[in-house]
Design a protein around this ligand. Structure first.
Ligand code: SAM
Ligand code: SF4
Length: 346
């Protein structure tokens, strides 16, 4: 049986060979999803992870404790697949909120079901939410996500606000010829509702291998489209390890009365790997040191084989030490990771 590690054991963080220290953990709670966004999943879905290979709620809770109490993780973001589909999400958030020092807790979701779950999640300790919204047009939503669920997403957004999750952030991916004409409309919608919008460049993480560098809507194009309709100024606030470059939108304020912002995450054309502070845990208990890593480190089998907390922590540290300096998407030798975004956790 696994033994608990005492709080007196030395704690050393998740440092790599390039001076970066990971303090931000992305946890995928399931690889399943109720949408089929074309840049993420084929319309027929994917072969889901077999049930026994997925970590139980207790196993997730144990690894979160190791991450926070032994490895210095200060922020945890729950993602997937669609994390709202995980039956144990609320108790998992509550267990994370009980850790010491208490980590910041956030969720990335497609918003379906958030209308009902936002209240219980806030009560459990959730601090922030990011909701993915690529279009405001119901038909285009169905074309992009292969499901007619736009009203559920919008209801989820309202539920998040009603539950006190502020600021609600929106994530949008623009696809050429599909929703790339909507940049301005999405920003207008976000500003009108007090949501903070960030555009994400499409990355090569779809299992269909449909990503095409030449077709990708770049950060520069997104900015040009926004600047055609809004007056933007660079955000004077220090970016730190945040992936989004942000701009202030002249003439608009957020619900707290501060200048409204819009963000662009140029993962491909403006990589931020040098400032990366992330570590990742998949739903089946594999540590990944990067979204684009080719290797994973198996904590599930170590844990099920009786590893102590200290041994799990050391495995996690070793996995992070081998983190590469960058994702290398622009390198001719670049290879897409074997697992798609939905299985890694976006
Ligand atoms: N299902 C949840 C959602 O959609 O928000 C959480 C998981 S999803 C994989 C997390 C984020 O990754 C979403 O904002 C989604 O738009 C983004 N994403 C998925 N595939 C992507 C890709 N190929 N390139 C860029 N972003 C992607
Ligand atoms: Fe599902 Fe999120 Fe992938 Fe869309 S981006 S298919 S909502 S996991």
């Amino acid at each position: 049986m696994a033994t608990a590690t005492s709080a007196t054991e030395p704690t050393t963080g998740l440092a790599d060979r390039f001076g970066r220290v990971a303090t931000d953990l992305r946890v995928s709670l399931t690889d399943r999803c109720n949408l089929r966004c074309t840049y993420c999943m084929p319309p027929e879905g994917l072969p889901w992870l077999p049930g026994p290979s997925v970590l139980s709620d207790g196993e997730v809770g144990r690894l979160l404790r190791v991450a926070v109490e032994l490895l210095g993780v200060t922020e945890i973001r729950f993602t997937g697949g669609e994390p709202l589909l995980r039956p144990g999400l609320v108790p998992i958030v509550a267990a994370a909120a009980a850790l010491s020092p208490r980590p910041k807790l956030s969720l990335t979701t497609n918003g379906i079901g958030l209308e009902r779950l936002a209240g219980p999640l806030v009560a459990a300790g959730l601090d922030r939410v990011n909701v993915s919204l690529d279009t405001l047009d119901p038909d285009r939503f169905a074309q992009l996500a292969h499901r007619r669920r736009l009203p559920d997403v919008l209801a989820g957004l309202r539920g998040a606000v009603a539950a006190g999750l502020a600021p609600v952030k929106l994530n949008a991916v623009l696809l050429r010829g599909i929703n790339d004409g909507e940049a301005g409309d999405l920003l207008r919608y976000a500003l009108a509702h007090g949501y903070q919008l960030r555009f994400i460049e499409q990355m090569p993480l779809d299992p269909q291998h449909g990503w095409d560098r030449a077709q990708m809507v770049t950060a520069a194009e997104i900015l040009a489209m926004l600047e055609a309709e809004f007056a933007l100024r660079p955000d004077p606030e220090h970016r730190g390890s945040a992936p989004a470059e942000t701009w202030l939108v002249d003439g608009y304020a957020d619900p707290a009365g501060r200048p409204a912002k819009v963000g662009v995450i140029g993962s491909v054309t403006r990589p931020f790997c040098g400032d990366c502070d992330r570590t990742r845990l998949t739903a089946d208990g594999q540590v990944r040191n990067c979204l684009f890593a080719r290797d994973e480190s198996d904590l599930r089998e170590a844990m099920r084989g009786g590893a102590t907390d200290a041994e799990l922590a050391e495995r996690w540290r070793a996995a992070m030490r081998s983190k590469l300096p960058g994702h290398g998407i622009d390198d001719p030798t670049f290879l897409q990771p074997a697992r798609p975004m939905s299985a890694i956790g976006g």
